[in-house]
Write a protein that binds this ligand. Structure first.
Ligand code: AMP
Ligand code: GLY
Length: 431
C-alpha cells in the first residue's frame, strides 16, 4: 500500500473533518495540518497519523518550502484566502500536487462582480443585479429600484459584507457603510446590488477535476446565531445532510442549470475549475437561484458531508488533481443515512469573546456511537483543551435518518461543557 503524506491547510472544523477523513485512507500514512487545532494535534489523535505544524494558512512560501522539503504528496487547501492569493498556482509552478482552484478559478468566490458577470454570460440562474464602482451611480440605481435589495461588497469579507435591506432607507445606509465608510475594507470598493430573493437555502458542493464534476449530498447550514434564525449571521452554527426536501429531481436541476454550465464555462475561459465548487442556492418559487459560489469546502457543511462519504477521500482528491474523476466517478459511494452537526460557540460570538476557557467532556461525547467531535477554535494548554476561537467545536453524528442523527448529535452536546457555551437548539428544524 502506497504511503502518502498529505498536507491540509487551515485550522477550523472543516480542516479537522478533512484530516479525519484522509487519515481513514489506507493509502495515507500521515496527515500534516497547518496550523491545525487541538483536535488535529498528535496528542489528541487515535490514528497516529495526524501532526500539526505551526505554519499559518496565509504563509504560502513557508507552506511550499515545508511541502517540498518533507516529501508531501498532496496538499489540500481549506480556506478561501490562500486560494484567492494563488497558492495553487505557486505549488503547481513548483511541481507540487495540490487540490483546489487556481487564483483565476477562485475568482468565482473572491469577486462577486466576476461571479455575477460569469453567471449572466453562461445563463446560470441568479438574482438580478447591477455592479457599481461609483457610489453616486449606485445610489442613483437604488433610488430608481425602490424594492427590497441586498447590498454586497465585491471582495472577500469573511462571510460578512452582505446586507439585506427591506426599505430604501436601509439600502442607502448599507451602500454608505460599504462604499464610503468602507466597513468591509477594500472589499467594498465595488458593490453588487441584488434583487432580494426568498426561499429555503441549500448548499450543493461538487468535486471537480476541471471537466467532470461529482455532486456531494445536499447540505443545509444555519447561519444565524440564535434559534428560529434570529440575531446576526455567523460562520455557521450547525448543518445537516442530506436535506430531505431537496429531491433527486431538484439536485439534477441544480447540476444541469448551475454546476454543468459553471464547470464548462470555466474550462471554456481557459481557467478550468479544479477543486470543490460550492453553490449556495436559494429554492425560490421560480426555481433554484444561485446566491453565490464558494471555491472550497463549506464550514460546517464538511462536518456533515464527509462522515457520509463511504469511498476513500484521498482517491477522489487525487483523481481531481490528475483529471481522472470520470474514471472513478461511478465508484464514489455515500452512506444512506443522515449526518447532523451542532456548533458550540464561545460566549459573545459572533462579537468579542473570551479565550482559554477549559472544555470538559469531549472524550465522553466521542465515545457515543456515531458521534465525532470536530474541533474548530481550540488549543491545547497544559494537557487541557481550551477555547481559542468563536466557533469552538462541531459535534457531528450519523444516524439512519435526520432525526436519529440529530438526537445523537445533541446527546453528544450534552456531555460537553465550557463556561458560557452557546449553541442552537433547533438545528435540523427547517427540513
Ligand atoms: P452570500 O455570501 O452572497 O451567499 O450571502 C450570504 C447570505 O445572504 C445567503 O446565504 C442568503 O441567506 C443571503 N442572501 C444573499 N443574497 C441574497 C439575495 N439576493 N436575496 C436574499 N437573500 C440573499
Ligand atoms: N457554510 C458557509 C460557508 O462555508 O461559506
Amino acid at each position: 500500500m502506497a504511503q502518502n503524506k498529505v498536507l491540509v491547510i487551515g485550522s477550523g472544523g472543516r480542516e479537522h473533518a478533512l484530516a479525519w477523513a484522509l487519515a481513514k485512507s489506507p493509502q495515507v500514512s500521515q496527515v500534516i495540518i497547518a496550523p491545525g487545532n487541538a483536535g488535529t494535534d498528535h496528542a489528541a489523535d487515535r490514528t497516529g497519523k495526524l501532526l500539526n505544524v505551526g505554519i499559518h494558512s496565509h504563509d504560502i512560501q513557508a507552506l511550499l518550502t515545508y511541502a517540498r522539503s518533507n516529501g508531501v504528496d498532496l496538499t489540500v487547501v481549506g480556506p478561501e484566502a490562500p486560494l484567492a492569493d494563488g497558492i495553487v498556482d505557486e505549488f503547481m509552478a513548483a511541481g507540487l500536487r495540490i487540490f483546489g482552484p487556481t487564483r483565476a478559478a477562485a475568482q468565482l468566490e473572491a469577486s462577486k462582480a466576476f461571479a455575477k458577470s460569469f453567471m449572466r454570460e453562461h445563463h446560470i440562474p441568479t438574482a438580478d443585479y447591477a455592479n457599481f464602482a461609483d457610489y453616486d451611480e449606485a445610489a442613483q440605481w437604488l433610488r430608481a429600484y425602490q424594492k427590497p435589495v441586498v447590498v454586497k461588497a465585491d471582495g472577500l469579507a469573511a462571510g460578512k459584507g452582505v446586507i439585506m435591506c427591506h426599505t430604501p432607507e436601509e439600502a442607502h445606509l448599507a451602500l454608505r457603510r460599504t462604499m464610503l465608510e468602507r466597513e468591509f475594507g477594500d472589499a467594498g470598493r465595488t458593490v453588487v446590488l441584488e434583487e432580494f430573493l426568498t426561499g429555503p437555502e441549500v448548499s450543493l458542493l461538487a468535486f471537480s477535476d476541471g471537466h467532470t464534476f461529482v455532486p456531494m449530498p445536499p447540505a443545509r447550514d444555519h447561519k444565524r446565531i440564535n434559534d428560529h434564525d434570529q440575531g446576526p449571521n455567523t460562520g455557521g452554527m450547525g448543518a445537516y445532510a442530506p436535506v430531505p426536501s431537496v429531491s433527486p429531481a431538484v439536485i439534477e436541476q441544480i447540476c444541469r442549470t448551475v454546476m454543468q454550465p459553471a464547470i464548462d464555462g470555466m474550462a471554456a475561459r481557459g481557467t478550468p475549475y479544479k477543486g470543490v465548487l460550492y453553490a449556495g442556492i436559494m429554492l425560490t418559487p421560480d426555481g433554484p437561484r444561485t446566491l453565490e459560489f464558494n471555491c472550497r469546502f463549506g464550514d460546517p457543511e464538511t462536518q456533515v458531508i464527509l462522515p457520509l462519504l463511504q469511498s476513500d477521500l484521498f482517491d477522489i482528491l487525487m483523481a481531481c488533481t490528475t483529471g481522472r474523476l470520470a474514471e472513478i466517478a461511478p465508484q464514489i459511494a455515500w452512506h444512506s443515512g443522515a449526518c447532523a452537526t451542532v456548533v458550540l460557540a464561545s460566549p459573545g460570538y459572533p462579537g468579542d469573546y473570551p479565550k482559554d476557557l477549559k472544555i470538559q467532556g469531549i472524550e465522553k461525547a466521542n465515545a457515543l456511537q456515531g458521534v465525532t467531535v470536530f474541533h474548530a477554535g481550540t488549543a491545547a494548554s497544559d494537557g487541557q483543551v481550551v477555547t481559542a476561537g468563536g466557533r469552538v467545536l462541531a459535534v457531528s453524528a450519523v444516524g439512519h435518518d435526520l432525526t436519529g442523527a440529530l438526537n445523537r448529535a445533541y446527546e453528544g452536546v450534552h456531555h460537553i461543557e465550557f463556561s458560557g457555551m452557546h449553541y442552537r437548539k433547533d438545528i435540523g428544524h427547517t427540513k
